[in-house]
Write a protein that binds this ligand. Structure first.
Ligand code: GLP
Length: 240
């Protein structure tokens, strides 16, 4: 794992964006795995700027997203669909149909299989962007005694509902379930880029960096098995 300790959120976003930008320049038909949450917002801002300035183009790029809440309307401003449009898709030149997020109006196993099929056809991503939950979750793969390999409907942990309630009016408005890529698909990328900022991420980052074990109670610990991981952390997340 390459750990890059950055001064603050902006520094982290800029450094991670530089890596993504150089990859897009090298391979305009790049396959991107995208994430939502507050961690990648700054990275996306930098990508939009680079696109506005003509440094990169998304015309030949394709993307697929990690996860989505179950039962949320795509027009709801808390849906991940809305987030992606708002932070990236509406501002860059992806072709129509070149971006994809899971959409599960109901907790529907059949749709999970369809998403798996989409992922299989999409193939290995060049880059997968990741955030990390305070409890060490990746996408919505929550700490548990076992982790799913492929797309599943996940019951969100109380910790995650609490952490994500900051985006909703109240805790009871946070959806109880999400649809998420499984661990095998999260890792099916040549390069993984994990972003973590803020003291609330320190414990998860400390365990990831210091503990030389892998276990499903810390889904992020499986990152250590991947040969090409960049962890961009700010001082607060790194030192606490
Ligand atoms: C959410 C998402 C994850 C994200 C994580 C951290 O629940 N499902 O993909 O990485 O929590 O979010 P944030 O970046 O807002 O701290």
């Amino acid at each position: 794992m390459n750990i890059i300790v950055c001064k603050d959120y902006d520094d982290m976003s800029g450094k991670a964006a530089d890596l993504v930008i150089s990859n897009i320049k090298e391979k305009p038909q790049i396959k991107l795995g995208l994430a939502t949450g507050s961690s990648p917002i700054g990275l996306y801002k930098n990508l939009v700027k680079a696109s506005d300035e003509g440094e990169i183009s998304f015309r030949y790029a394709k993307s697929v997203n990690l996860d989505e809440y179950v039962g949320i309307d795509p027009n709801n401003d808390q849906s991940y669909q809305y987030f992606m449009k708002d932070n990236l898709f509406d501002h860059v030149s992806f072709n129509k149909g070149a971006t994809k997020l899971p959409f599960a109006p109901e907790a529907d196993e059949k749709y999970c299989k369809e998403y798996d099929k989409y992922l299989d056809d999409f193939g290995q991503r060049d880059i997968q962007i990741l955030g990390i939950g305070e409890n060490g979750h990746l996408a919505f793969n929550e700490p548990s005694d076992k982790l799913n390999r492929r797309t599943s409907i996940i019951k969100l942990s109380d910790d995650t509902i609490k952490a994500n309630s900051r985006f909703f009016e109240s805790e009871k408005d946070v959806p109880t379930h999400a649809i998420s890529m499984g661990m095998a698909d999260v890792f099916n990328a040549k390069t993984l880029i994990l972003l973590a900022s803020g003291k609330n991420k320190h414990e998860a980052i400390r365990r990831l960096v210091e503990e030389d074990t892998i276990y499903p109670e810390l889904p992020a610990s499986f990152l250590t098995l991947h040969p090409n991981v960049y962890v961009f952390v700010d001082e607060d997340a790194y030192r606490g």
